[in-house]
Design a protein around this ligand. Structure first.
Ligand code: ATP
Ligand code: MG
Length: 577
């Protein structure tokens, strides 16, 4: 018995025109044309080969009204029979997506995305429905699952009984994006993926959580950038990022104002002073080999107060001239820099950088911090959630960028044999990876760190998963590196056109469904899915704290005194607890 057994009722028409990936189908009559729905699957029976079908997606259904026909419509006195005698050419346009059938080498029925044969003119086309669709989808599901690296995402919309799997290798190998309007289900999709990854013994995913949405998931390790009122405490949960982690460029973007006349001198003097202090630390510790390879960017603890002291001295220096005492070379040039340095240092919001407990300035502290961030071997360590919800928004990009850069560099410098793949899940990416930058040096830093990962991360096993509700606001350099896209409902036109640029050209017509999809429904495209298709994404067992608020229902309830005093106090303390 044939694998797919079509009868005449599912015949759509015959091939009329073939382009590399596009096929045009001639449909005999209106009745047959009615079988075609955009987005539906069509199997093309290859005349030369038996038990092989090309699978395609309906992109466009056209009922062609000929020239005469239009004239006739406007002309009432022509009889009906005249109209009917005009040939009506009905046309369905398809995009080829893969080959289905018996593969002798494998000894089984499979679906592959390669298209080794092209359809011939007049080959028969059938719509995949009912029993035939079930057969096809079950093979598709099984093919997806066969790979042991399969990640279950949900169910196909065209056949809800068929499970949709992603190839977990391919999904992470070359970066992915999860996009959709607010409330479309991105965070839930992320949680659903995390949940499965958490079951793997040494998976390694780091989630940048900007709203504390993932903080309740039981299978995660929680980390938090400390807020202003907990600066003197150390705990496993708190993630300090002492200033000496910053590289030269990050420091400059924090302290130097490039528009100032003396900016160049400021940079030179500041860097020299930092180098001296870092070298000093290395000498005291007897790290000869590190000292030999030392650069300004080396993350070595140093005393920032001493740097300030040096700059201060230069700023006030008086020297002996030929006609008595005169002002030194840099006299007064560093006044603004010093003011800026001091105000940053005393700003409690920057406390996790400048007011970390003493132990965090230990030479080995960085290794401990990195272990918190990147370890996967202890219990619940596979999924690390870093909560940035209490980091003020103006410095958010630099902090997220710093964490990403450290992770990437550590991975880069880990011995090849010891290197283990890891993924960075960047939720709300538009907040720190904006498309339009240049004005703000702090934002530029974050983008550069991530762009580097986007371009080179694949080689070192660092993957990005970009999650955003405003794809049109996210850096295109980064988004365009994402090979797999899960697009949930997307209503805004600019965002949709951004997503369409990420999709292969032949599939653009699929995007038409983006604004009308349901919550939790995604269009998945990329090499990780066998068939680019709409998928109803599984609900995670543990839900993130992102529930949509039901305004009307809430307003109907009795409620307690709101206690805004506490809110104001929280605002002052920059903490909710
Ligand atoms: N797969 C799903 N199945 C059913 N309901 C879902 C699904 N995903 C999300 N929802 C519903 O949609 C709500 C919002 O989902 P989610 O928080 O994931 O949106 P989001 O896209 O992350 O939004 P935002 O951009 O604002 O963060 C959830 O609280 C839930 O009620
Ligand atoms: Mg979200």
């Amino acid at each position: 018995m044939a694998i797919l057994d079509f009868d005449i009722s599912s015949k759509l028409g015959t091939v009329r025109e073939v382009d590399t990936r596009k096929v045009s189908v001639l449909v005999e009559n209106d009745e047959d044309l009615k079988k075609a729905r955009v987005g539906q699957l069509v199997a093309i029976e290859l005349s030369g080969a038996s038990e092989i079908w090309l699978i395609s997606i309906i992109e466009k259904v056209i009922r062609f009204v000929g020239q005469h026909d239009i004239e006739n419509k406007n002309n009432d006195d022509k009889s009906d029979s005249d109209v009917l005698s005009e040939p009506v050419i009905n046309n369905v346009r398809l995009t080829l997506v893969g080959t289905f059938g018996w593969v002798a080498e494998k000894g089984k029925i499979t679906f592959t995305r390669s298209i080794s044969q092209v359809p011939g003119i007049t080959d028969n086309c059938f719509v995949l429905l009912g029993k035939q669709l079930e057969t096809f989808m079950s093979v598709l599901s099984a093919t997806g699952k066969k790979g042991e690296h399969s990640l279950e995402l949900g169910n196909y919309i065209i056949d809800e009984t068929a499970k949709a799997f992603l190839d977990g290798n391919k999904f992470f190998q070359r970066h992915a994006a999860i996009l959709g309007s607010t409330g479309s289900g991105k965070s839930w999709t992320v949680a659903s993926i995390l949940e499965q990854a958490a079951k793997l013994p040494t998976s390694n995913l780091i989630v940048f959580d900007l709203h504390g949405e993932y903080s309740n998931l039981s299978y995660t390790r929680r980390l938090r950038i400390p807020g202003p009122d907990e600066l003197d405490t150390s705990s496993d949960e708190l993630l300090y990022l002492p200033y000496w982690y910053l590289n030269a460029e990050e420091m400059q973007s924090m302290f130097i104002d490039r528009s100032e006349f003396s900016a160049h001198n400021q940079v030179m003097a500041f860097q020299d002073a930092v180098i001296d202090q870092k070298k000093n630390t290395l000498k005291i510790l007897g790290k000869k080999d590190v000292l030999n390879a030392f650069t300004l960017d080396s993350p070595v603890p140093f005393d920032l107060d001493k740097v300030i002291q040096t700059l201060n001295d230069m700023n006030e220096e008086m020297i002996q001239g030929t006609r008595g005492i005169k002002q030194g070379q840099f006299f007064g040039q560093f006044s603004r820099l010093l003011t800026r340095l001091k105000s940053r240092l005393s700003d409690k919001r920057y406390g996790f950088l400048f007011s970390a407990p003493k132990a965090e300035h230990d030479y080995n502290a960085m290794a401990r911090t990195v272990t918190k961030l990147m370890d996967y071997s202890t219990e619940n360590a596979q999924i690390k959630v870093i909560d940035f919800s209490e980091v003020p928004s103006d410095i958010l990009p630099i902090i997220v960028g710093l964490v990403a850069r450290i992770i990437y560099q550590v991975q880069f410098w880990t011995d090849h044999e010891k290197r283990r793949p890891l993924a960075l899940i960047c939720d709300e990416a538009h907040l720190y990876l904006p498309e339009k930058f240049g004005k703000n040096p702090i934002e530029t830093r974050a983008i550069e760190a991530f762009e580097r990962i986007a371009k080179e991360g694949r080689k070192y096993g660092v993957s990005l998963v970009i999650v955003s509700q405003r794809p049109s606001d996210v850096s295109t350099t980064i988004l365009s590196q994402c090979n797999n896209v899960i697009s949930l409902r997307l209503t805004n036109g600019a965002d949709r056109s951004t997503v369409s640029k990420l999709m292969p050209e032949s599939l653009e017509s699929l995007l038409e469904v983006l604004p009308i999809m349901d919550v939790g429904e995604g269009l998945v495209v990329g090499d990780a899915v066998l068939l680019p298709s709409r998928i109803r994404i599984n609900k995670p067992k543990e839900e993130p704290l992102s529930a949509t608020i039901d305004f009307w229902t809430e307003w109907m309830k009795e409620a307690e005194d709101p206690n805004f005093e506490k809110s104001i106090e929280n605002m002052r303390k920059q903490r909710r607890k």
